[in-house]
Design a protein around this ligand. Structure first.
Ligand SMILES: C[S@@+](CC[C@H](N)C(=O)[O-])C[C@H]1O[C@@H](n2cnc3c(N)ncnc32)[C@H](O)[C@@H]1O
Length: 211
């Protein structure tokens, strides 16, 4: 069943620049066709990502965890003409669904969908990124900290999703909460990085190299 927005979410939406109609369709199809539709970023977070990409004008974006392509489209639609977005997804079914939406969109040439395990991609790529959105398997967040850091260009922004994990990081009992808490500490204690934990949705960690 589709999740109904709360009053304050409707207010935010009404007082922000409108999002693309294709995102409503992706959300609708995600609720109809997938088992865990709540994994989708949602309007507020997608709007924030879109706004940041417009502001920062990155040449190359990396997204880890495409799912049905909701955040991918939100970010790709804000990119300058020459820029591209690599998005990595290990699940064949959701990647196929995302690919459907990408092909229907005006941003199809900007989006490079890699059906691949993220660790494998990160270990082998020679590309560097100006903007990274990490939103995949939480138990591997500490590993992603080590693999993504060298791929982030100076001046680039790296956003990691779900760093509050519904508040479970305050008293991390299970493996996922422990891994996210470990990630938060690794980033925060890294003298080469600056970071800010923003309480949007499930918590976004904003990370950059120190100037
Ligand atoms: C929370 S969803 C991503 C949501 C999407 N970014 C959005 O905003 O709508 C996480 C996705 O990461 C994928 N994933 C999990 N582990 C992965 C891995 N090791 N490599 C690549 N993709 C992975 C899952 O299949 C899932 O589709």
């Amino acid at each position: 069943m589709i999740k109904l927005p709360l009053d304050w979410e409707i207010y935010i939406e009404k007082h922000s620049s409108p999002l693309l109609e294709i995102l409503d369709e992706i959300e609708r199809q995600t609720y109809l066709r997938t088992t865990f539709p709540q994994m989708l970023s949602g309007k507020i977070q997608a709007g924030f990502l879109h706004f940041l990409v417009k502001l920062l004008r990155p040449d190359r974006i990396l997204e880890i965890g495409t799912f049905t392509g909701y955040a991918t489209i939100a970010m790709a639609s804000a990119l300058p003409d020459h820029a591209v977005l690599d998005t990595i997804e290990a699940d064949e079914t959701t990647a196929a669904m995302a690919s459907e939406f990408f092909k229907q969109s005006p941003w199809k040439n900007k989006i490079k969908l890699h059906l691949e395990n993220a660790e494998q991609f990160l270990r082998h790529t020679s590309l560097k990124y100006d903007f990274v959105f990490l939103d995949a398997d939480k138990e591997n967040y500490p590993k992603y900290y080590r693999l993504i850091k060298p791929l982030l260009n100076p001046g680039g922004l790296w956003i990691t999703d779900n760093v509050l994990w519904s508040g479970k990081v305050l008293n991390p009992g299970d493996g996922q909460a422990q891994a996210i808490d470990r990630f938060n500490k690794l980033v925060n204690e890294d003298s080469g990085l600056e970071n800010y934990l923003l309480p949007i949705r499930d918590g976004l960690m904003l990370i950059k190299h120190k100037d």
